[in-house]
Design a protein around this ligand. Structure first.
Ligand code: SAH
Length: 458
């Protein structure tokens, strides 16, 4: 019954006809799709089949006969192998078009929303070196401590020095820290045997403030040569304002453990967004691309029809950045996030910016929504910015009962956005007005979208 049109290791001449949502080239052999890394639509390649699955297979390019006009030279092969920059071989213009059509296709396929125009993706002038945060595994390779990133679909470390999409100051700091870790003979974590000590380095650097936070994530309670290490880092990296240790003894992919202790300075960094100052703690979410986050919030601010009489809800608020960007325009802001540290940050951030018309709740968004709705809260606008899994039906039910004039949905996953838009628009009185993709993650296939929904009934 093993009737596939291709065999493992077979070499074939194919033409790339499409891209998957992860940016892999697609070639069809008698309707059977082969997914091929580093291959662009229109290109003719000789490919070798790597894997034959039930519905599709994988192949790799051996030689390329024609070159797409959308191709640019790659920065580094390792960035493809690790998945750090899976679109690095595409021109930036082609990346932006890819993301726009991605949103359009998903809205149609999953949401059944075919007549909604998706605006051109808003890109950035310099689409490299934008990440203000790094989470880097530390491992022993051939007897030497290395930092880098996992090979795609594995936990095998590929050593990397130039991360390309990260703030270059973070890359430089990583090299300094790597040398110190080697000098002080810190033992990296061994994932297979669940032994050793240092698992990850997390670094955050304020885009405007240049304040730097360094977090050592350790399997052990003890961090060897802690005092000397901290002293040497502060000396070598004067931007450092916070050094933390996060104890993570579990066998898990969750990077930060629950216990975080301060080894040096404060437990947070500060940075600015749209002119306001924010403190950001280690466990709090903070958008990784500061400039594009400002662009994203500007769009939300422009979409919103609000004035001094109106209340708004900022659901999935993180450290309160969206709500606080709106606070001066409205009567009151209600925010909710599930991470208590983020809500602590949001409260402090309101004070820090002399804003008094806000309420912040640490809870599940759906719980807080249900409660606000029962209390009779009538927000003019509900802003939502959920994680990849999107909203829950109970959240949407509570939002519909509050009957806001507008819902502004910020999404990092077009598939769940499309699914949720369907619930807001079918058998419910909302219309999708505008869909604006914003490129928060250049060189990757991730797409951020701001979507404006308006109520069609009074
Ligand atoms: N709006 C913020 C954060 C968006 S990220 C910003 O622009 O920076 C999504 C946020 O949702 C995270 O802060 C995460 O902690 C929070 N979150 C995840 N699941 C949640 C839930 N069930 N209820 C409330 N918040 C949740």
């Amino acid at each position: 019954m093993n009737e596939y049109p291709v065999r493992k290791n077979e070499q074939l001449e194919v033409t790339i006809c499409d891209l998957t949502h992860e940016g892999l080239g697609v070639a069809k052999v008698a309707h059977y799709p082969l997914f091929i890394e580093n291959a662009l639509p229109g290109e003719q390649v000789t490919a070798q089949v790597l894997k034959v699955g039930k519905n599709f297979g994988y192949a790799k390019v051996l030689t390329r006969q024609t070159t797409s006009p959308d191709r640019v030279p790659m920065h580094d092969q390792a960035l493809l192998r690790t998945g750090i920059a899976p679109l690095q071989h595409m021109t930036y213009g082609a990346q932006l078009l890819f993301k726009q059509s991605q949103v359009q296709n998903v809205l149609k396929k999953i949401g059944g929303l075919s007549d909604i125009p998706v605006l051109p993706t808003l890109g950035m002038a310099q689409p490299q070196g934008y990440r203000n945060k790094a989470q880097i595994p530390v491992r022993m390779l051939n007897g030497q401590l290395e930092v880098g990133f996992y090979r795609k679909n594995s936990h095998q470390l590929v050593p990397i020095e130039d991360f390309y999409i990260q703030d270059p100051a973070i890359d430089r700091a990583l090299l300094v820290i790597r040398e110190l870790l080697r000098r002080f003979q810190i033992v990296p974590y061994d994932e297979q045997n669940h032994t050793g000590s240092l698992r990850h380095l997390m670094i955050r650097r304020g885009y405007y403030s240049h304040e730097m936070m360094i977090v050592f994530v350790t399997k052990t309670k003890k961090l060897h040569a802690k005092t000397e290490l901290v002293q040497a880092i502060v000396q070598a990296l004067p931007e450092t304002v916070s050094i933390l240790q996060s104890y993570q003894p579990e066998k898990t992919n969750v990077i930060l453990g629950k216990h975080i202790t301060v080894l040096y300075g404060k437990a947070f960094i500060e940075d600015q967004l749209l002119g306001k100052t924010y403190r950001i703690s280690a466990p709090s979410f903070y958008q990784v691309n500061t400039l594009q986050t400002e662009a994203l919030y500007q769009i939300a601010l422009a979409f919103a029809n609000v004035g001094q009489q109106d209340c708004i809800i900022d659901a999935y608020c993180g450290i309160g950045t969206i709500g606080l960007s709106f606070a001066q325009r409205v009567k009151h802001v209600y925010g909710v996030d599930i991470v208590p540290e983020a809500i602590e940050d949001a409260k402090k951030n309101a004070q820090r910016n002399h804003i008094t018309n806000t309420t912040w709740v640490a809870d599940q968004a759906e719980q807080a929504m249900a409660k606000w709705q029962q209390d009779g809260l009538k927000p003019k606008v509900i802003l939502v910015d959920p994680p990849r899994k999107g909203l829950t039906p109970s959240f949407i039910q509570a939002a519909l009962k509050m009957a806001p004039e507008q819902i502004i949905y910020i999404s990092c996953n077009p598939a769940t956005l499309a699914r949720d838009l369907k619930l807001f628009t079918q058998d419910a009185p909302y219309r999708v007005e505008k869909v604006q993709p914003v490129d928060l993650f250049p060189q990757t296939f991730h797409v951020e979208t701001v979507c404006l929904l308006t109520r069609t009934e009074k």
